[in-house]
Design a protein around this ligand. Structure first.
Ligand SMILES: *[C@@H]1O[C@H](CO)[C@@H](O)[C@H](O)[C@H]1NC(C)=O
Length: 177
C-alpha cells in the first residue's frame, strides 16, 4: 500500500515530532526564565509567558516574543470590548467623555498591535517594537484621560496592557540587540 517514499516521509515525520517533543519537555521553564532574565522586569515576563502553555513549546526568543505579542493584542482587544460596553452604559455620565477617548485609543492600540504582528512576522524588529511602544502609550493615555476628576474604571486593564506591552517590547528588543 505505502510506497517507499511515503514510508520514509512518515518515518521522518515521526522522528521530527519525537525529537521536538523531547527538546520541549526539558528546555522550557528554564528557557523562559533565562530569556526573561534578560528583560527589565523578569517577574512580569515569566508571569505573562507562563500563563500561556504554548510558551513551554517555544524553541527560541522569536517564538516567545510572538506569543507575548499575541497575548498583548488579545488583551487590548478584550479591553476595547469592555470600553465599548462601559461607554454604552454610561451615556450622559461625566465619565463618558474619557471613555470615548479610551475607545479611540484602544481602537488604535489593537490596530497598531496587529501591524506589529505583521512586522514581527517579517523579522522587522525595529518597526515591530515601535508599534508595541505606541500601544503602551495608548494604554497610559487612557488612564490619564480620567485625570483627577473621575475614578478610572479601567485601572487594572490599563496597567496590564501597559505591562504586557513592556514585556513584549523587551522580548522583541532581545532579537535586535
Ligand atoms: C533568572 O534569575 C533568577 C533570579 O536572579 C535566578 O534565580 C534564575 O536561576 C535565573 N534563571 C536562569 C535560567 O538563569
Amino acid at each position: 500500500m505505502f510506497t517507499t517514499t511515503t514510508k520514509t516521509n512518515l518515518l521522518f515525520l515521526l522522528l521530527t515530532l519525537s525529537t521536538s517533543s523531547i527538546q520541549h519537555t526539558s528546555a522550557d521553564a528554564n528557557f523562559i526564565s533565562a530569556t526573561c532574565n534578560r528583560t527589565t522586569d523578569p517577574a512580569s515576563c515569566v508571569a505573562l509567558l507562563e500563563s500561556q502553555k504554548l510558551s513551554f513549546a517555544a524553541a527560541d526568543v522569536h517564538g516567545l516574543a510572538w506569543i507575548a505579542l499575541q497575548m498583548t493584542t488579545s488583551h487590548a482587544s478584550d479591553t476595547l470590548a469592555l470600553v465599548k460596553k462601559l461607554f454604552d452604559q454610561r451615556q450622559g455620565d461625566p465619565t463618558s467623555a474619557p471613555l470615548d477617548i479610551c475607545k479611540q485609543l484602544y481602537g488604535f492600540a489593537t490596530e497598531v498591535l496587529k501591524a506589529a504582528e505583521e512586522r514581527l512576522g517579517k523579522g522587522d524588529y525595529a518597526e515591530a517594537s515601535k508599534r508595541v511602544g505606541k500601544a503602551r502609550d495608548a494604554a497610559a493615555l487612557c488612564e490619564a484621560a480620567f485625570g483627577m476628576e473621575y475614578p478610572s474604571p479601567l485601572t487594572a486593564e490599563n496597567r496590564d496592557v501597559k505591562g504586557h506591552c513592556s514585556v513584549t517590547f523587551d522580548l522583541i528588543g532581545l532579537m535586535s540587540a
